[in-house]
Design a protein around this ligand. Structure first.
Ligand code: PCA
Length: 327
């Protein structure tokens, strides 16, 4: 008995957790940089959890594709190679087509719309995740997607010969419809791809333009508000179930808080980043009405193809989404 008493007394005196207590140490892989607002939000969740659990659950964040590449993160978490991960939802569309609902162009035009979309999408994502042994914690949108170019754009014809960076199905299809050459470039390599001329234009957020310091290469930023793609943070279901019940609750609660905080961070970052692009010399504005009409038509074409290929689950999101929009 004596040594137990000593251990307890030591723990109490030192303020350290009791020696008998086990610490669960997880890793969370993301494909985005440590400075990204998404990653900072995850770091805050991890800090909240370490505090709330008095050190019983520690999550170490591994950013920048160092542990697992962005496109492989869902599979790695599913296989239990890493306990937790973050990826962009459109990276999962091959296996979970409905994950692409948030990148159908010109459907979601505001954070409020994005919120309605997520409320409808989440139950379906939860079902697919459960079938794969995954547990979603939360999702946070990137700021609205705009168009960067090195020369002014008047009509769709200006894209012939352009090399357009892509990061998902939607950007690939839009590049094709514009007659540009699609070039797949991970977010963390955008700066270099612009510098070397591998790409001449792209659709992404103001935040991503700032993070990649696109000034000097990209000269125009058109606020086309094309869609609000989301990142999702999730864990391996078996690892989750192995946690003590109170830790499971803490994790879900910390995820909910991170979702609320992340949406506010996204909105704040959007405004700040657009101002920064402007102050760095990019011309920020809208596209001409003609080109806007072309883009909308391409968006409709994409939507139709998408709804046809996804089938019934697409209706389960879009029908209530549009019914609600009409109110
Ligand atoms: N940035 C990420 C995804 C969407 C965004 O705004 C990227 O460009 O890859």
């Amino acid at each position: 008995m004596k040594h137990i008493w000593i251990a307890t007394a030591f723990a109490a005196a030192s303020g350290q957790p009791c020696l008998a207590q086990t610490t669960v140490q997880w890793q969370l892989a993301t494909g985005y940089r440590a400075e990204s607002f998404h990653t900072q939000n995850i770091e805050r969740m991890a800090a909240d959890l370490a505090r709330a659990s008095a050190g019983r659950l520690r999550i170490e964040v591994k950013p920048n594709n160092v542990l697992v590449k962005l496109a492989d993160i869902r599979q790695a978490v599913q296989d239990g190679k890493v306990q937790a991960g973050e990826t962009i939802m459109t990276s999962m569309v091959k296996e979970i087509p409905i994950a692409g609902a948030d990148a159908v162009p010109f459907v979601v035009g505001s954070y409020a719309d994005a919120r309605r979309m997520w409320t409808l999408q989440r139950p379906l994502i939860d079902q697919h995740f459960a079938a794969r042994g995954l547990q979603a914690l939360y999702a946070v949108p990137w700021p609205p997607q705009g168009l960067y170019t090195d020369t002014p754009v008047r009509t769709a014809a200006d894209f012939r010969g352009a090399r357009m960076r892509t990061y998902n199905q939607t950007t690939e299809r839009i590049a094709e419809l514009l007659g540009a050459t699609p070039v797949d470039v991970p977010m963390v390599e955008v700066n270099q791809a612009l510098a070397t001329g591998r790409i001449t234009s792209m659709i992404t957020s103001a935040v991503t333009g700032v993070e990649n310091q696109v000034w000097g290469r990209a000269k125009y930023y058109y606020e086309i508000n094309a869609w609000f793609p989301k990142n999702i943070v999730f864990v391996n279901r078996k690892a989750f179930e192995a946690l003590a019940p109170d830790l499971q609750q803490m994790l879900l609660a910390a995820g909910q808080e991170a979702e609320t905080r992340g949406w506010a961070m996204s909105q704040a970052a959007a405004a700040e980043a657009t101002n920064e692009l402007r102050s760095r010399g990019l011309q920020v504005g809208r596209v001409s009405p003609d080109f806007e009409a072309d883009l909308k038509r391409m968006g409709e074409k994409f939507s139709l193809e998408w709804v046809r290929s996804v089938g019934n689950e697409a209706n389960r999101i879009f029908v209530p989404y549009y019914v609600d929009s009409k109110r």
